[in-house]
Design a protein around this ligand. Structure first.
Ligand SMILES: Cc1cc2nc3c(=O)[nH]c(=O)nc-3n(C[C@H](O)[C@H](O)[C@H](O)COP(=O)(O)O)c2cc1C
Length: 216
């Protein structure tokens, strides 16, 4: 009788644990991305010719190599002094790229080329008010950290917006070169998403950008 009760208790505990993980998601581990490939791609003029916003996405996931290349193109380190593929006002480098995928939401560490887990569940649908957001392989969320926006000067929000735009254009060009679909998005419920991302008061969601394979 005692053994029977113990078995039932273990079964119940396993069931509760499983359903809790299913609803909240287990914390994913950090993902070490492979080194980005910096050769190849279409010639620049052809890439510009192919740049486009696309809003229909296929179901295929992005291989880690492609994700690494994409993030490096977006805002990777391209010089020994730590400067990046996109310019930033006063070299603030204030834009952080969060990656929302089916596995969870991650913060990309450009130095280590590592995806650090932030949310252990799929929040792609929260990164945009348009239905395709939850279908794109990844949604990049551009977050400005105003603790790095230092010094005197008027209109810093405009500068931070410009800095985000340069990164986004790099993503557009990478996608055009690789035949991926992408669209930059202002249409984001920033309040809800910021809560889910556990952002600090000095962090501000600027824009999001969906990326994936185009629907065939
Ligand atoms: C600042 C900005 C915000 C945008 N926000 C959205 C958006 O929320 N949703 C969307 O579907 N497209 C958005 N877009 C994409 C534009 O609609 C798109 O660039 C425009 O229609 C021109 O199309 P093209 O990029 O293919 O040339 C945005 C573009 C910019 C530059």
């Amino acid at each position: 009788m005692k053994t029977k009760l113990t078995v039932i208790a273990i079964l119940l505990f396993t069931l509760v644990l499983a359903s809790s993980l299913a609803s909240h998601g287990a914390d994913p581990s950090p993902i070490q991305l492979p080194s980005p490939q910096m050769e190849g791609g279409k010639p620049l003029m052809q890439t510009l010719k192919d740049r486009i916003s696309l809003r229909t996405f296929g179901e295929e996931k992005l291989p880690l190599q492609t994700l690494s290349n994409l993030l490096w193109a977006a805002f990777g380190i391209n010089r020994p002094d730590g400067r990046r593929t996109a310019p930033s006002a006063r070299n603030w480098q204030e834009i952080d790229i969060y990656v929302s995928s089916p596995e969870g939401l991650f913060l990309w560490d450009a130095q280590k080329n590592l995806l650090n887990p932030i949310v252990g569940k799929d929040v792609r649908g929260l990164t945009g008010n348009q239905p395709f957001a939850k279908e794109a392989a990844v949604n990049l969320v551009y977050v400005a950290d105003y603790s790095r926006v230092t010094g005197e000067g008027e209109g810093k929000d405009v500068w931070v917006g410009a800095d985000t735009g340069f990164i986004s254009q790099n993503v557009y060009l990478y996608c055009a070169s690789e035949g991926l679909a992408t669209v930059f998005r202002a249409n984001v419920d920033r309040e809800t998403l910021a809560k889910e991302m556990k952002l600090k008061p000095e962090q501000k969601i600027m824009f999001a950008q969906s990326v994936g394979y185009p629907k065939k």
